[in-house]
Design a protein around this ligand. Structure first.
Ligand SMILES: [Zn+2]
Length: 622
């Protein structure tokens, strides 16, 4: 996500989403002896994690740290009105799920104990202090940052949210600090000033909303690649992510998430797509951009992935890395103790004589949805998405059973049933349909686990298939989530086949058995747009289409750019574009390969395949 790349792409009107550039500043890495050492060379740091480095001083835009997104002038002060307005349109990647509306962060525990991310507003003495005016906006921004982690974890079938410092009502605590102008002139000076004020806790990572217009974003990271919880990026040493006001909450990319992810330990040298300066080369990705000369970007994920972490899940963040892979054997930021796995929902249901009343328990920071079924009643089905509890008024002339299935943002469900009598007699709260044990007293009591009701009358099996990544790049792993229900209850242990459409028929790819929750996770890596479905006996799910764009590999040497398009297709037009003009064009051969030669050294080159931008690069003759 380099600004150079963005500008080139914009000039070419290619529609490439740009990358915010982020230079990692490696400062003050604690030594093994617990002391903070001075500045050394990057080479020395690589040789020993005991040494501190300042990898980046000034970037090619002339200021410290990461380059700003296109169109953002880091030296241009931003009005309070703009900052507040931006809060209304913060893009929360986790808010676009299939269930309900997510509001706010996820809260964990008492909000203060253990490892936490602390939001801080840093004002500057002698300037208009805007804490009171913008603190609400900052909280909205943090919810968007939180969503980056949740949505990124869900890509791999997991869940992660940030352990913020928050109050008892689940609001992010935004500290208010005022520093002298000289203290915000550089990252190092700000950090020193904060340490002097006590902001040096080893169980905190500080997200510094710095109300200055000095730089875009910068953070510190330790080069420790150990996969263990004792990794230096996982607590024990205070870490700092600074974002200046012009880069707060940009709409297409989260600078806060980028800087915070650095402090969680990313992108480290072991990563297959690591750059020398702590970033990555496989776009689109929160952390990837052209951070130095000779860095070649490849478009391995859709541009919509710009909001999410780790395209491909192989470099720095994956809740389910491939066994034996680099990320499974080195530090994985998804394992950070500054993140948590939010709890599953629970539900209890009662009948008040005229309506089924649901008491949902959904963790904060999770939207939710309720699907009702009430066989024999009117209405027989309904969906509720409004928060704060839900009820379904029903009329059941012959008696019936009302079941509520609660689905929260991260895809997990809870289910509860209650009897609805013909006479309108209230029924006590229950979390499941009554178990038909002869002679047993009906006193189900509240419980939380989704349980298969044994009384579901002649219910038929139903199958569903969804994914959070319906668009992908050829060869990239995609997790499909299958559900099996009998009537309204999870169908645990159901053997299901994953099928792929072939011509007019369907081919079985493999078999799996559903969990106790009636779900199953299936991983595929399609190389072309493919329709999938689940099947069990004669029952099938609706078809799920995963749209696949070709994978393009690009390498550059001197002025020569080589690449290959997969799956291979002869005759695809490939162009090298600079400043909006094609400076070299060719077509792929039968193996999908191409070679282009740039006329001169320069930055801002983009490679397009079939008019789609897929890589950005700088080239230099040698
Ligand atoms: Zn960075």
């Amino acid at each position: 996500m380099s600004s150079i790349a963005r500008r080139a792409a914009a000039a070419a009107a290619t529609g490439l989403t740009g990358a915010v550039a982020l230079a990692v500043t490696l400062t003050g890495v604690p030594s093994a002896l617990g002391a903070t050492t001075g500045t050394a060379s990057l080479g020395a740091l690589r040789a020993s994690t005991e040494v501190a480095v300042a990898a980046h001083g000034v970037n090619k835009e002339g200021y410290e740290g990461d380059e700003a997104p296109a169109g953002v002038d880091v030296h241009q002060e931003v009005s309070t009105a703009q900052l507040v307005e931006a809060a209304d349109s913060v893009q929360d990647p986790a808010a676009t799920g299939t269930s309900g509306t997510r509001t706010g962060i996820g809260c964990s525990g008492d909000g203060t104990s253990g490892n936490r991310v602390q939001a801080v507003y840093v004002g500057v003495a002698g300037q208009n202090d805007r804490y009171d005016a913008v603190v609400g906006a900052l909280r909205a921004y943090t919810a968007g940052v939180d969503g980056v982690y949740l949505a990124s974890a869900m890509e791999h079938g997991g869940r992660r949210q940030i352990r913020w410092v928050h109050d008892s009502s689940c609001q992010v605590v935004v500290d208010h600090v005022v520093l002298n102008p000289s203290d915000v002139a550089s990252f190092g000076a700000e950090r020193s000033a904060l340490v002097a004020k006590g902001y040096d806790r080893g169980d905190r990572k500080y997200l510094l909303y710095t109300d200055a217009a000095v730089l875009c974003g910068v953070a510190n990271v330790f080069t420790d690649t150990s996969p263990l919880q004792s990794n230096a990026n996982n607590g024990g040493y205070a870490q700092y992510a600074r974002v200046d006001a012009p880069c707060w909450a940009p709409q297409d990319h989260s600078v806060e998430a980028h800087e915070l992810t650095h402090t969680l330990g990313a992108v480290l040298s072991f990563a297959p797509h690591a750059t020398a300066n702590g970033h990555c080369t496989d776009e689109s990705d929160v952390m990837c951009y052209v951070d130095g000369s000779g860095v070649v970007m490849t478009q391995s994920c859709p541009t919509t992935h710009e909001k999410l972490l780790d395209c491909g899940g192989d470099d720095y963040f994956n809740t389910n890395p491939a066994p034996g892979s680099a990320l499974a054997t080195n530090w994985n930021a998804a394992n950070s103790s500054f993140l948590f796995d939010p709890p599953a929902p629970t539900a209890t249901l009662s009948y008040d004589g005229s309506a089924a009343v649901l008491a949902p328990s959904v963790p904060s920071g999770q939207g939710w949805r309720v699907d009702w079924t009430a066989p024999g009643c009117t209405p027989a089905t309904a969906t509720t998405t409004s928060p704060g509890g839900a009820r379904l008024a029903v009329s059941c002339p012959s008696g019936g059973t009302v079941t509520a299935t609660l689905t929260q943002q991260d895809g997990r469900t809870a289910q509860a049933s209650t009897a609805a009598s013909a006479s309108g007699t209230p029924a006590p709260a229950s979390s499941a349909a009554p178990t038909p044990t002869p002679g047993a007293t009906a006193n189900p009591g509240p419980s939380v686990a989704p349980t298969a009701p044994a009384t579901t009358p002649v219910a038929t099996l139903a199958l569903g298939l969804t994914t959070v990544t319906p668009k992908t790049v050829a060869g990239t792993r995609v997790v499909l989530t299958g559900t099996a229900t009998t009537g309204t209850a999870p169908a645990a242990g159901t053997r299901v086949a994953l099928q792929r459409k072939q011509g007019t028929g369907w081919t079985t790819l493999g078999w799996a058995r559903t969990s106790a929750q009636g779900t199953v996770s299936l991983t595929v890596a399609p190389v072309a747009t493919t329709a999938y479905r689940l099947a069990a006996g004669t029952t099938t799910s609706a078809a799920l289409t995963v749209t696949v764009t070709p994978k393009v590999q690009v390498s550059a040497s001197g002025l020569t750019v080589k690449g290959a398009v997969r799956p291979a297709a002869k005759g695809t037009r490939v162009a090298l574009v600079q400043h909006g003009r094609a400076v070299a064009t060719t077509r792929t051969d039968a193996a999908g390969r191409f070679v282009l030669t740039a006329p001169r050294s320069g930055s801002g080159y983009a490679v397009t395949v079939a008019a789609q931008p897929i890589a950005q690069l700088a080239l230099s003759a040698r």
